[in-house]
Design a protein around this ligand. Sequence first.
Ligand code: GDP
Length: 593
Amino acid sequence: MIRENIRNIAIIAHVDHGKTTLVDEMLKQSGTFRSNEYIEERVMDSNDLEKERGITILSKNTSITYNGVKINVVDTPGHADFGGEVERIMQMVDGVLLLVDAFEGPMPQTRFVLKKALASGLKPVVVINKIDRPEARIEEVLDEVLDLFIDLDADEEQLEFPVIYASAKQGIAKYEVTDTNEDMIPLLDTILEEVPAPEGILEDGLQLRISSIDYDKYVGRIAIGKISRGSIKKNQEVVLCSGDGSLKNFRVSKLYTFKGLKKEEVNDAAFGEIVALSGNDDMNIGETICSTDKIDPLPFIKIDEPTLAMNFIVNDSPFAGREGNFVTSRQLKERLEKELLSNVALRVEETDSSDVFKVSGRGELHLSILIENMRREGYELSVSRPEVILKKIDGSLCEPMEQVIIEVPEEYMGIVIETLGQRKGEMTNMTHNINGTVKLEFMIPARGLIGYRSQFMTDTRGNGILNHIFAGYEPFKGEIPSRTKGSLVAFETGTAVTYGLYNAQDRGKLFIGAGTEVYEGMIVGENARSGDIVVNVCKRKQLTNIRASGSDDAMKLTPPIQMSLEQALEFIAEDELVEVTPKSIRLRKKILN
Ligand code: GDP
């Protein structure tokens, strides 16, 4: 049986190429929504941060009903892959829309996702958007898309992709640039014609692999996925087939399909449909839900394990909370627990201190997105320096390796190769692309990537693309970190002498925090008895206008550094310590440089 009234597609687009505008316009013209409803909730870009960084982290579902056919639209992450997400999305859909700006052309960021889409055998529909732009170079951009497809090993059928010329902004999509229609109908019709409708047997046993997880405080955990076989009913007893092979029966308490930008409760749904359901709070991404009479799970899509850990520390310094943002350890714990419900590649562990949580994830970008989101929500927290997660395998200490895929204009190739070489990366492949960029592949210990993303952005003036994929464990060849890496130096602030840490290893800079951001702040001496140094953990707000003094030029270049006690302790030799309290560290003697 073919479900002619359903199409499932994913949209692949570089940020700002017009995905949100296009989807809004399709919704509007297909009459799926009252116009005021969709303006309130532009789901496709609901996370500010994603927009700023040019990446989509969570995939979202929308559906458009046109000519009696429901088109489920799944958003794709435009960039890094945190735990097999792209693969799971590609298995939910039967076609992809590649949306490309008529001036900018295809951007390397979308390459990764597009490659997975083509490798999954999906047929692309190419939409050249923003044809109204005066500088549009439509023909050239189309050639660039073709080159890209060839480069990504598209098969013959995929190379014969249909093309739609659009101005999402004007609500127009056309078969030919010269056409004079003023609607999106050609695009909607093309989706219906080109994307295959789901095929299956209705009477077969249910099979649904969970592609993403959502959470609702009233109904609990919600699993989202495509029904690949059979059908499902509300209140039906089903079996959750976990990644470890265990089985657990549960009753479907709520069942939804997507309508426009919202979930709509339904009583039943059949194969080909993308649904959301609740009834079991242990459901996880990659697991399959089956009917009790035919337990036949799809292969579990492995979620990459975390490779990098950081401590998240309640900021209870004497200065914290002055802006009314005080956060207790219970609040921090609750926030992290909530995050775990949908952020599948994340791990959170409690530590000996109730104020400190060890948070592990898929690299600095993954963790820094969480930190930034939390800071925006008003969580005052300190974070420790990221550390790679070492693992004992067959008795020997091993470290995570990453495959790094970089795309840069040729002029930056030298600096990238040199810097990654210094960071113990080994180049495994190099390809010159037609457009003057070069694709470089490296194998590197995950520790070599710490702090690299921001350096890469500086080195390539923001023109480079960096992706990395977990590539297994290898025997650890690095140095076991020691606690005494820096020395204390003095600053003069005008009113008092205060103290900061100087880390000779990183040429005077302490890289704390993650991702592209180096968090600022420093350690200030306060209430010091003569001869002591009291190091307080404090916020960056109090630390402006600090003038570096002394002979060490490197210090002048060092921005103030914000530290938690834990971090500070890492840089202080044990024989220097007198007392450690939650708010300060007292040191035996005053050390000047
Ligand atoms: P997204 O990041 O891919 O979701 O992009 P948006 O839909 O938010 O669009 C990014 C910007 O491009 C916005 O300022 C839009 O108004 C603009 N835009 C979208 N489509 C078009 C178009 O067809 N023509 C022109 N000139 N601008 C467009």
